[in-house]
Design a protein around this ligand. Structure first.
Ligand SMILES: Cc1cc2nc3c(=O)[nH]c(=O)nc-3n(C[C@H](O)[C@H](O)[C@H](O)COP(=O)(O)OP(=O)(O)OC[C@H]3O[C@@H](n4cnc5c(N)ncnc54)[C@H](O)[C@@H]3O)c2cc1C
Length: 305
């Protein structure tokens, strides 16, 4: 049976959005990107599992969150893009200082939920614009805190549509990443904090948000830090290396570098993904030639050129 026929067969059993040839530009903070062959927004675990089982051997799958760390190429993604629906954004208390967050919940909503319940430890999430699924994959963090310090376990679906629970002790988290299989779709996470006075939590959240607003641009089409900071052996940050190599004014087509923070690359409204990718490669090459440091992108680049 053809793939289209298989999909038509399961369509009636599916509540979520299932669209062919879906334009992904609104799915990335850069506002750029071609089409996905299939876009699926499941509304429950059962239909996600059914979809995965139906297409897994036929098409590549890529799961996205809020697209705040994603550059989607102009040629789009020749496979199925999955974005978890609203019902995956549930939040609940497991115990006094432990909460469970659905993978499509926004980081800042989780931070606010923790605050509402006097749980400290998630203030840093108030200034990261992604979803919990993205935060797990990227081990997102700022101001010396990151997800790895908070996660007790992750619930995920594998490529066979089976749900498993992975304790954090089985995961190797590192700076802006983890070793969990790229095939896994994170469904939810159990996070542990510690009980504190709401006033104290609120002050910390406000400080983080203010510090971010002062040091980083907002209201632009960007995906935040383009490159990871190099490892500890080199004490210069990515933005310092970019400045030192004098590429902070580089541009390619509509792809530019923020004047406020030169590790933030942006779409001025007219950029193609290929402009951004060329700018990334140009800066990487120049920094390597001037400093010998091989910058590694933090953002994920997917799709066909
Ligand atoms: C203005 C700005 C500021 C930022 N500041 C920070 C910061 O301070 N610290 C920081 O760490 N990051 C920062 N970022 C980057 C970004 O917000 C984080 O990486 C974020 O966690 C990405 O989440 P997302 O939902 O947008 O994921 P996406 O960008 O959609 O995807 C990122 C990765 O996560 C994977 N993914 C997403 N959801 C799931 C899921 N359910 N299951 C499995 N894999 C999944 C995707 O496959 C992809 O590999 C910033 C970005 C912007 C635009």
């Amino acid at each position: 049976m053809s793939l289209n026929k298989k999909i038509e067969k399961i369509k009636d059993l599916i509540e979520g959005k299932l669209i062919y040839d879906y334009n992904l530009s609104k799915s990335s903070w850069f506002n750029i990107g071609g089409n996905a062959k299939i876009f699926f927004k499941p509304e429950n675990i059962k239909e996600l599992s059914l979809f995965i089982k139906t297409i897994a051997n036929e098409l590549p799958i890529y799961v996205i969150g809020r697209g705040s760390n994603l550059l989607i190429r102009d040629g789009g993604f020749d496979g199925a893009v999955i974005k978890l629906g609203k019902s995956f954004s549930h939040l609940s208390l497991f115990s006094e200082n432990t909460l469970i967050a659905g993978a499509s919940a926004l980081d800042k909503t989780v931070s606010k939920f923790a605050y509402d319940n006097s749980i400290s430890g998630f203030e840093f999430l108030s200034c990261i614009p992604g979803s919990i699924g993205g935060a797990i994959r990227m081990n997102s963090g700022c101001y010396k805190e990151d997800m790895s310090q908070k996660i007790l376990s992750i619930q995920a679906m594998d490529i066979n549509g089976i749900v498993t629970t992975i304790p954090s002790t089985k995961v190797n988290f590192f700076y802006r990443g983890c070793d969990l299989s790229e095939d896994l779709i994170f469904l939810s996470v159990t996070l542990k904090g510690n009980i504190k006075q709401k006033k104290e939590i609120n002050e910390k959240m406000k400080k983080f948000i203010n510090d971010k607003e002062k040091s980083q641009p907002n209201k632009i089409k960007t995906c935040g830090s383009t490159f990871k900071n190099p490892n500890e052996k080199n004490n210069k940050k990515a933005w310092e290396l970019i400045k030192f190599a004098k590429c902070d004014n580089f541009k390619v087509g509509g792809a530019k570098i923020s004047e406020q923070h030169c590790n933030f690359f942006l779409n001025d409204g007219s950029a193609k993904a290929k402009d951004l990718e060329s700018l990334i490669n140009k800066v990487k090459k120049e920094v390597f030639e001037k400093t010998g440091v091989n910058l590694e992108p933090e953002l994920k680049i997917i799709g066909n050129e």
